[in-house]
Design a protein around this ligand. Structure first.
Ligand SMILES: Cc1cc2nc3c(=O)[nH]c(=O)nc-3n(C[C@H](O)[C@H](O)[C@H](O)COP(=O)(O)OP(=O)(O)OC[C@H]3O[C@@H](n4cnc5c(N)ncnc54)[C@H](O)[C@@H]3O)c2cc1C
Length: 565
């Protein structure tokens, strides 16, 4: 069997390696337009920031490794230009010489990825404007930073005369994860960074109130955010400087500009070959990663896959799914019954020592599809036992089915061990777990790692309390008619108060029940919802109509009070 793989990075390389492990006899050709195979896209922003100083560290495996370990005929600098499904051939162009050859296949795997969106804006090709997509991109960025201006090279450090470094400006366009990661790394390189984003929030998969926490955090770490504004064009100034013009009429000076406007599936070859492209613009595949032609498979950023929670077709540009899909395609080509389960969009971004992570559906997605059978809770558990040094709060939002408790999605932000909570929730979600399962999950615990009630358990307990009716909850957008009872200590109110709320600290509540109305719903507030839970239980058992305001003051003003640094 002869298999040609187009694209030598995440999806393509994992497919090639798996194919060889399953079939020693197969002839495998992997063609890659660029100079490298199997390189770490995900590390590129950190190479820009010099966190990963050596370019060589980005090469997970090189062409020679694929040749010697896996007997794969790797052809770099080789572009597939045409597929002829009826003849089962691919036209291959040598990028250097332009020479075109034709290669036949029994099975073909497409993993061409998703190039960056590059709108035809005035001035977009000016020097100093870069993307962060490939190793050559980061090399060019580093050269521009290091050679572009004597100030940028750190001359101020060596000169006896010049002690003040002039401000060097960077503008990043796009507030997705590549834009934010690159912005952070440019701050590390000493730039004054402005991030321009057309939407009203960064990190589109997050719900707005969670994104606000991230925005407050990155602003405190030196990134200026210009939300609700699109880029209109670029102008050249003196000495290699640029001006970024926005649709609202603002202009930002820049010594360097990074475009991070998102990606679009590369369907050029697939379309020309008559393969079906789906409604979201990705190559349509079945759960075996087979395209509409039985001998052609497609994987990675270029394909549309089913969203695990909503069942909708979706595009997901993530390394995990690309690697798994490459492996599945290899399995199926060699006669195994592997299936892709759909994507949960499990993601994480690290920013200035903190992390934002999410999995499954967001509330805005559920609203968009008209799904009303959901509830949400907010919680703020410590990352590990509070008495052990270094514990940090994690802000969590959990979405679950009202009717059966099934976990639908989770978002978490914090400075310590956010990843393991969302990873645990991601596994639970894929296994179809309910919030009752989260309550019962048995997780690692010693005080430096977690709590006897881990945040994952805690999320399940809070949500299950809601579903069992033990803790009816309300949200900040429904406080208008309710009687607001604040059970915090008076000293806390001096820092932040809830307008219109009556204060009876939890410790005094039993003695002061007579001050509360029996004919109105009481919404109970505390800082995070935990004391309000005890108060709500007390009031319910005393015959009051009470609800806990989910997440308390923290869910109202995350950004102000949550972060410790
Ligand atoms: C800066 C950056 C940071 C990222 N960080 C993360 C992260 O932290 N976590 C995460 O999960 N994901 C991250 N990603 C996304 C992740 O890298 C991708 O989802 C993954 O690489 C997709 O794999 P792929 O094989 O589909 O495409 P790619 O890795 O893009 O590979 C496609 C390859 O195909 C080649 N190619 C295309 N057309 C042809 C052709 N006609 N002929 C020959 N070769 C061709 C391209 O040159 C390219 O090398 C990041 C991406 C970038 C750019």
């Amino acid at each position: 069997m002869k298999v040609i793989i187009i694209g030598g990075s995440a999806g393509g390389a994992s497919c090639a390696a798996r194919l060889r492990r399953l079939d020693e006899k197969a002839e495998i050709i992997m063609v890659e337009r660029g100079p490298y195979v199997s390189y770490a896209n995900c590390g590129l922003p950190y190479h820009v920031g010099d966190v990963i100083p050596k370019e060589a560290s980005l090469f997970v495996a090189d062409a020679n490794t694929f040749r010697s370990y896996f007997a794969v005929d790797v052809r770099t600098g080789c572009e597939a230009t045409k597929i002829s499904p009826d003849k089962k051939t691919v036209a291959l162009r040598n990028v250097e010489t332009g020479e075109v050859t034709t290669e036949s296949y029994d099975k073909l795997v497409l993993s061409p990825g998703a190039p960056s969106v590059r709108p035809p804006l005035p001035g977009i090709d000016l020097p100093g404007i870069f993307e962060v997509r490939t190793v050559p991109d980061t090399r060019a960025i580093r050269e521009w930073i290091e050679k572009g201006s004597p100030f940028l090279t750190g001359m101020h450090k060596y000169s006896g005369f010049q002690t003040l470094r002039p401000k060097t400006h960077a503008v990043v366009i796009g507030g997705g994860f590549i834009g934010l990661e690159t912005a952070e790394n440019l701050v590390h390189r000493g730039f004054d960074v402005t991030l321009v984003e057309m939407a009203d929030q960064v990190l589109a998969p997050l719900d707005l109130e969670m994104a606000r926490v991230v925005e407050g955090y990155v602003e405190r770490h030196g990134i200026h955010l210009a939300l609700n504004d699109g880029v209109a064009g670029f102008e050249k100034g003196a000495n290699d400087t640029l001006t970024v013009l926005t649709k609202s009429g603002k202009s930002y000076p820049a010594n360097i500009v990074i475009l991070a406007l998102g990606v679009r599936p590369d369907t050029t070859l697939a379309k020309a070959a008559g393969l079906e492209v789906g409604e979201r613009g990705g190559i349509r595949v079945d759960e075996h990663m087979r395209t509409t032609h039985p001998d052609i498979f497609a994987v990675g950023d270029a394909v549309e896959v089913k969203d695990f929670v909503t069942g909708e077709w979706s595009l997901v540009a993530l390394a995990g799914p690309a690697n798994r899909q490459g492996r599945i395609a290899a399995d199926v080509i060699t006669g195994r019954e592997s299936r892709f389960r759909g994507t949960q969009g499990t993601s994480i971004i690290g920013l200035f020592g903190a992390a934002a992570a999410w999995v499954g559906a967001s509330e805005k997605t559920l609203k968009r599809i008209g799904d009303k059978d959901y509830e949400k809770v907010y919680l703020y558990p410590n990352s590990h036992a509070g008495y052990y040094p270094g514990a940090k709060p994690i802000a969590m939002k959990i979405l679950f089915r009202k009717s059966n408790g099934k976990l639908l999605g989770a978002q978490a932000l914090g400075e310590d061990n956010v990843d393991k909570r969302i990873s645990a929730l991601a596994v639970a979600l894929q296994m179809g777990a309910t919030v009752y399962d989260l309550e019962e999950s048995e997780l690692c615990y010693a005080p430096q790692f977690g709590s006897a009630k881990d945040p994952v358990n805690f999320a399940g307990m809070v949500a299950a309390d809601v579903l069992r009716g033990d803790m009816p909850i309300g949200h900040w957008d429904g406080t208008e008619k309710a009687f607001l009872l604040d059970v915090r200590e008076p000293v806390e109110l001096a820092v932040e108060s809830a307008p219109g709320a009556v204060n009876i600290p939890l410790g005094q509540l039993r003695a002061r029940l007579g001050e509360l109305p029996r004919d109105r719903e009481i919404l109970v507030i505390c800082r995070s919802g935990q004391r309000a839970y005890s108060a709500t239980r007390l009031l319910l058992q005393k015959g009051f109509k009470a609800r806990n305001l989910a997440g308390g003051m923290l869910s109202r003003a995350h950004a102000e009070s949550f972060w410790t640094t």
